[in-house]
Design a protein around this ligand. Sequence first.
Ligand SMILES: NC(=O)c1ccc[n+]([C@@H]2O[C@H](COP(=O)([O-])OP(=O)(O)OC[C@H]3O[C@@H](n4cnc5c(N)ncnc54)[C@H](OP(=O)(O)O)[C@@H]3O)[C@@H](O)[C@H]2O)c1
Length: 316
Amino acid sequence: MASIAVTGATGFVGGSVAAVLTDQGHDVTCLVRRDPGPSFPWPWQIVDSGSTRSLTEALEGRDAVAHLAILNDFALMYADRRAGWDGYVGLTERVVDAANAVGALVAYVSSDWVFDGRGHLYSEEDPPNPVNLYGVMKLASELVVLHRAREGFVARVGGVQGLHQTREAGPRNQDAGFGFFVLSLVDSVSSGGRYTVWEDPHINNVATPIVAPEIGALLGRAIERRLDGILHLAGGTCVTRRELALATCEVFELDPGQVDFGALPDEARLPEPVPFDTSLDGTVTMGRLGTVAFPLADQLQSLRDELRTGRPVSLS
Ligand SMILES: NC(=O)c1ccc[n+]([C@@H]2O[C@H](COP(=O)([O-])OP(=O)(O)OC[C@H]3O[C@@H](n4cnc5c(N)ncnc54)[C@H](OP(=O)(O)O)[C@@H]3O)[C@@H](O)[C@H]2O)c1
């Protein structure tokens, strides 16, 4: 078992990663920028993420760092380009330099939005071509890891579904991406309401959904195997938003008659381009990890189990 530091563990994906790595028996420490409060479930340590020295001290004696922290504010990254760049690329440079200084492996979580969305089932070898600043900064951060880290890998994820581990009611709203899509539908339909699935050529419409706990399990495997290069941590089924909505009704035993399909409301339209089809082919990666890309029905069942028990359920 490894000693693993996690950045971004107070966030959506990072919380599930910290939970699953802990469940796997790894010694996890979450690097946070402020006291996360008494109910925060995992060991934590405050770091100054603007300081390579502070990060180096925090990584001393660790085998790896799972780096998920980002400045997750689409409007701000455009309004303040320097802060945006630093919240992605600068932060990743500091994490990589700190990891190099102590001999730790860097496990960098990236995004399917590095692709332009005009392809289908992108492989690990396909050249990225981001269409917005978020994608540019994720790609630039990937290159920092691939070319500057002594040891490490880039793990692209997309269509991520799951429960926020440390926030009571996560922000379960449909948006231009796939994050929280399933639970926002489940929330509405299970309480008797109707849910409109947005269908629009200018939003992310095709993905290979994966549950956040499975990302944690796959990262654990990749760290144990000390993999390098680019990994695609993808679910095994490529779906449109419409198909995902109907599959959700089936697995969660909800009435599909309460689901409508309609136009994207103007207020939800992002002012910048969004990739349409960001489905990822994870076949090669799953072979390297000694597992398979689990189909959508399994991913959704794991989410349903997590919703029922409150405990993250990984598949691998
Ligand atoms: N969510 C998705 O659907 C999705 C899809 C593809 C890829 N990803 C990738 O997954 C990773 C996590 O995304 P997420 O959706 O879980 O994000 P999130 O919920 O917004 O969490 C962001 C995390 O980053 C931390 N953070 C932000 N700025 C920081 C700084 N300067 N120093 C230290 N920590 C900082 C935040 O800490 P505070 O609590 O202190 O603010 C929080 O823990 C990202 O790399 C993202 O690109 C996510």
